[in-house]
Design a protein around this ligand. Structure first.
Ligand code: DGJ
Length: 694
């Protein structure tokens, strides 16, 4: 809801109120927290450091600015309030933005000295607040945008903790909580793409905030390119958070009458700990971000060829894999890397998106038909943004690769990147993908991206590159609305909301070891809904860790999201394991409705101990799905582990299928339930709860 009373603004959702006011032409922030019945009407701008709605540079506020706008004569800004508008819908944007019902407030500020307007947009949702800004050049000269963050939040002095997610390929999104110290910390990417290095998510919380209690603010940047979330704790212990696009060196010039819009940033507030923050993110993204065609729906159960075939691709090897997956309940066969012209390893051929005639003399068609005869649709891997120097495409268009004139291109994973800021490049890639889809009846695309950007010549090019990526997504999803696109970037290197706007699932990590995956998926769930996480059961010993984990545990962890398989069923696993698959899939298909749309309660954090435990409870609390896994077996105590459940209706009675016994919700939450584990490492327990009629 948006309430405005003279100079006081009060924005509110189900769990939050956000207040600011105008005083002497400046916008001051007064409150972000639990819902208030009344707007804060105290002008609290007499703190040592005022809390601003947006930080400026060069006029006496020495905190890290939210914007820096440069003209020939000035490096400072002094924006003064001009007025507000309530808009009927979101502003038109070249970036993916949250969709659906929302209230939008636009505040206009103007700097008369440099003749530039600044618009602050607030998109008010039930479960969170979204912001971005627009800078409009009203002068007769060009101005340079060195910095333009989308969300600024000044927090009063407290001891805060910061939770962020650094990572690497195969070890994505490490749960990292630390006290926020004095000075500036920046969680960011300058890789041109989101990257594994840091996820565009940060939570700031009181020092005593836990999973289930306390104040927490979660920030998530809706952008697939360079981003930053800056945190500054000042000498007076106040904290400024700026979040948005990371405009790199040199900035971006805007001409007279041009305007510059920034990507959106989502902020969710919870007074009930980190868990409730995540549930708010999940609700918000399910309703307002994910592609409407697929959200809340079970994604196809896939078998992916990568780990079993790698580059050993030919008609026979593919058909063998299809044979082994036939009749198990798998919906889609996904042919990963290695199917296109001369692609025998990762040194060649990116960009040449035509079937390798030597190994697939009849093209993809007979394989697609073979998959169909065996009850499976067909999906394919592609890396639209990649180009190998050793390719026909490079021979024909060397200038299509991003390179600096006079320098040799930097090869990462033996490849360069296509210049997606150019329309003809996108046209080419679009036509190549369209041909593949139309000629072969492909229903599923795994869009990979295995390289960070180098040699980009300007901040503007970085932005245009990302806009080019969105435009390809737009064209593909526009032309093929039923095509499922699985996002991927060397595993989960581009797990962020703007990609989720187009892809209903993202390959979370190439690390499929059950224990490592439990950690990666645990931290991914901090802001991304389970239904976006693509999880595969793979063989043991695990390719990444060399570790053995029980088949049941691999399935249990993979079931907490979109289940799939990535193993050679005829050689990599025992007949006993293969025989478990139909049941695993059947059970998953029964549980998926609940898992994909229920409320997630995290119970044990695998980053803080040797156990992982989560449960998903249906919105009406009538059913729940519980998964517990312990890492190493601990003699004597293992069997006696009692876990207290969460999220249940304490008044209700639940039958637990696996125990064939009835318990009250109160008993399960307050007293807990004993785990019944097998005598081995990485043993797990899966429990299904359903409410017994009152
Ligand atoms: C990286 C991805 O993360 C893998 O799953 C696989 O698709 C390879 N690329 C293929 O090159």
């Amino acid at each position: 809801m948006i309430k405005i009373d003279n100079d006081y603004f009060h924005l509110s959702g189900e769990n939050y109120s956000y207040c600011f006011f105008v005083e002497n032409g400046k916008l001051y922030h007064s409150y972000f927290g639990k819902p208030l019945k009344k707007t804060v009407e105290r002008k609290i701008c007499d703190r040592i450091e005022p809390l601003f709605e947006y930080g400026e540079f060069g006029r006496g506020d020495f905190r890290i600015p939210s914007t820096v706008i440069r003209t020939k004569e000035s490096l400072s800004t002094d924006f003064v309030y001009k007025g507000y508008e309530i808009l009927k819908s979101a502003t038109k944007s070249p970036f993916p933005t949250l969709r659906g019902e929302q209230e939008v407030l636009a505040i206009t500020l103007a700097d008369s000295c440099i003749e530039v307007d600044l618009k602050l947009y607030y998109y008010v949702f039930k479960d969170g607040l979204v912001r971005n800004v627009e800078i409009i050049n009203k002068s007769k000269n060009c101005v340079n945008i060195d910095k333009a963050m989308s969300f600024c939040l000044d927090l009063p002095s407290e001891k805060y903790h910061c939770l962020s997610l650094y990572g690497r390929p195969n070890d994505e999104r490490n749960y990292t909580r630390e006290e926020l110290g004095f000075g500036i910390k920046s969680i960011e990417s300058a890789c041109g793409v989101t990257s594994h290095r840091q996820n565009p998510f940060v939570a700031i919380m009181d020092e005593d905030t836990s999973e289930d209690s306390g104040n927490v603010y979660g920030f998530n940047v809706v952008y697939a390119g360079n981003f930053s979330i800056e945190l500054e704790k000042t000498e007076f212990s106040q904290v400024r958070v700026n979040a948005g696009e990371n405009i790199l060196y040199g900035g971006i010039e805007i001409k007279p009458n041009e305007s510059f819009l920034t990507p959106q940033v989502v902020v969710v507030y919870s007074s009930q700990g980190i868990g409730e923050m995540s549930r708010s993110f999940h609700r918000l993204y399910r309703k307002h971000l994910l592609p409407p065609n697929f959200r809340d729906k079970i994604r196809p159960i896939v078998i992916n060829s990568w780990e079993s075939l790698i580059y050993d691709i030919n008609e026979e090897s593919i058909k063998k894999l299809i044979d082994s997956a036939s009749g198990l309940g798998i919906d889609t066969f996904v042919l990963d890397d290695g199917w296109f012209k001369n692609r025998l390893d990762d040194t060649t051929s990116l960009g040449d998106w035509i079937e390798d005639k030597k190994r697939l003399p009849n093209g993809l068609k007979p394989i697609v038909s073979y998959a169909k005869e065996n009850g499976m649709n067909f999906g394919i891997w592609i890396e639209p943004e990649g180009i190998s120097v050793n390719s026909d495409l490079y021979l024909a268009h060397p200038d299509w690769a991003i390179q600096t004139k006079g320098r040799e291109g930097v090869q990462i994973r033996n490849q360069l990147t296509l210049d997606f800021s150019r329309q003809e490049v996108i046209d080419y890639v679009f036509s190549a993908i369209k041909r593949l889809i139309v000629q072969n009846g492909i229903t599923y695309l795994k869009w990979d991206m295995n390289r960070y950007l180098t040699d980009v010549v300007s901040a503007e090019k970085y932005r245009k590159y990302t806009l080019g990526v969105y435009s390809l997504y737009e064209r593909l999803t526009g032309e093929f609305p039923n095509l499922i696109i699985e996002g991927c970037a060397s595993g989960g290197g581009r797990y962020e909301p703007s990609t989720l706007y187009y892809t209903p699932l993202i390959w979370n990590s190439d690390n499929t070891d059950a224990w490592c995956r439990s950690k990666i998926q645990y931290s991914t769930s901090l802001c991304y809904p389970l239904q976006t996480s693509s999880n595969h059961v793979s063989h043991c010993p695990n390719n990444q860790t060399g570790r053995n984990t029980p088949f049941k545990s691999r399935g249990a962890v993979a079931s907490l999201g979109c289940l799939g398989y990535e193993l050679n069923l005829s050689s990599d696993c025992s007949t006993k394991e293969v025989s478990q698959i139909p049941m695993q899939i059947e059970e998953y298909k029964k549980d998926a409705g609940l898992i994909l749309t229920g409320d997630l309660y995290r119970i044990l954090n695998p980053y803080e101990g040797d156990e992982f435990c989560e449960m998903v409870v249906s919105e009406d609390k009538s059913s729940a799905y519980f998964v517990y896994m312990r890492s190493l077996n601990i003699p004597s105590v293992a069997k006696k582990r009692i876990i207290k459940m969460k999220g249940l209706d304490k008044e209700a009675k639940y039958i637990i299928k696996e125990r064939n016994a009835v318990y009250t919700g109160e008993e399960l939450v307050n007293v807990g339930i004993e785990m019944n584990l097998d005598h081995e490492d990485f043993s797990c327990e899966i429990l299904h709860l359903s409410e017994v009629a009152k």
